[in-house]
Design a protein around this ligand. Structure first.
Ligand SMILES: [Zn+2]
Length: 443
């Protein structure tokens, strides 16, 4: 370590030559350029000291048959960390009978099979989940001095995404209970747990084979849910977000797994969604005591559309009519509203159709419309919570011009982004770094 430091001191000397003193910028630039070499050498010295025995070991035991093996050779490996790069000569052992080869040093060091180690990978994947791969690689190297490259970012994000199952991405039961307890204590009653569900269309494409032209993309629905607690003064306390491009059945299974982690007797559940048919059966099955609430803003949008069609967009009368209907709805006067709608004789067939649709929509969602009681009981009436989750988790990274996602990669990206939002990313990454991967090469 002293040698490394001496070499580094020698590099500083030219900065002070010709009677010139360096500026802060000069010093900072110099440190950026030389710290990797200095710290890499220091780290190498530490590893060689701490693992002297492993580095020089001549014998190892075969993990399969327990025979004693003699060292076959040394393999050099470039090791890149956030603080610098160095090389290690690792002894290699091979069992002729079991046909297995291994580097014992790699295991004791929890070394990544890639050149870039897990400290780099963890931060780089996080960064690639926020920005397009190329932009993210540029930014990462300019900030850390580690050149990761966009392909490495893409592949690593997918490898981490592959292990990011729902079980890992959703906080465990203990953590969920801790968050519920905290809110319960601050408001003095069992808190409201809002469960929102919604779909959003994502640009997808089929994976092209080598030398094959990419086919035309198509829009597929990412189905998602978000669970959050309504805390003091309406503060939102995140429990879990999960969004995947998948069908309604897979959505139901995922929601059921999360519902199983919620102590439902310690919260008051509000189920919030628009009128989409695929999500209600899953929500009510997973949260049987939940209060279903039709998103007020979707409902209001429908009403305003009909008002505009009846009296002309932007007309005072259109607004008055819509607001009258909405205020009846908020006092749960559903029969009055339906009677008004059925008694209307619109001038055009098109408007008549719209009025009938609205009546059908309200009737179908009748049991989910009780906004006055909801307000009195402190329940949210809008699905804004799930919509902002959709916007943040899906849209900001997935819907960029020219981006068409192969479904598996798109879902991997969504899983990583959900893990970050749920506060479980470190756990997911830890799992990735400590479990064998399919892509691990033997050597
Ligand atoms: Zn063996």
């Amino acid at each position: 370590m002293h040698e490394a430091l001496d070499r580094w001191f020698d590099q500083v000397v030219p900065l002070f030559e010709n009677g010139k003193a360096p500026t802060i910028i000069d010093l900072s630039r110099h440190f950026s350029e030389t710290r990797g070499e200095l710290m890499g050498s220091v780290m190498q010295a530490m590893v060689e000291k701490a693992y002297h025995h492993h580095i020089h070991q001549e014998q190892a035991i075969c993990p399969e048959c327990a025979r004693i093996l003699k060292r076959k050779r040394f393999d050099r490996k470039a090791v890149s960390t956030l603080h610098g790069e160095f090389t290690l000569n690792r002894p290699y052992f091979y069992c002729q009978i079991c046909k297995v080869g291994f580097h014992p040093l790699d295991d004791v060091l929890t070394m990544a099979p890639e050149r870039h180690q897990y400290d780099v990978q963890e931060k780089a994947v996080k960064s690639a989940s926020k920005l397009p791969f190329e932009e993210s690689a540029d930014q990462f190297s300019s900030l850390t001095g580690v050149d990761v490259g966009d392909h490495f970012l893409h592949d690593t994000l997918n490898a981490v995404g592959d292990v990011a199952t729902l079980e890992l991405v959703i906080p465990d039961r203990k953590e969920i209970e801790r968050r519920i307890d905290e809110v319960s204590r601050s408001i003095g009653t069992p808190p409201i747990l809002a469960v929102g569900a919604d779909g959003a269309h994502m640009p997808t494409r089929v994976k092209a084979k080598r030398n094959e032209k990419r086919g035309q993309g198509s829009w597929k629905e990412a189905k998602g849910f978000r669970l959050y607690l309504v805390g003091e003064k309406g503060r939102i306390v995140q429990i879990a977000s999960w969004h995947q491009i998948q069908d309604a059945e897979a959505f139901r299974k995922d929601l059921a797994l999360v519902a199983g982690r919620i102590p439902q007797d310690r919260v008051r559940v509000a189920l919030l969604a628009d009128g989409a048919e695929w999500l209600w059966p899953a929500m009510t099955a997973c949260f049987p005591t939940g209060r279903p609430i039709l998103d007020f803003y979707h409902c209001a949008e429908h009403v305003h559309e009909v008002g505009n069609s009846l009296f002309g967009k932007g007309e005072l009368k259109a607004r008055q009519w819509s607001e009258a209907i909405l205020s009846l709805l908020s006092y749960s006067e559903m029969d009055d509203v339906l009677a008004i709608l059925r008694g209307m004789r619109p001038e055009t067939e098109e408007t008549g159709e719209k009025v009938r649709n609205l009546a059908g929509y309200l009737e179908k969602n009748r049991d989910r419309i009780h906004y006055e009681t909801d307000r009195d009981d402190g329940y949210p009436i809008g699905s804004g919570g799930i919509e902002s989750s959709h916007k943040y988790v899906c849209h900001t990274r997935m819907k960029r011009s020219g981006a068409w996602w192969v479904i598996a990669s798109g879902n991997n990206m969504l899983r990583i982004r959900c893990a970050i939002v749920n506060g479980t990313y470190e756990r997911v990454f830890e799992h990735y770094a400590t479990h064998p991967r399919r892509s691990d090469e033997g050597c």
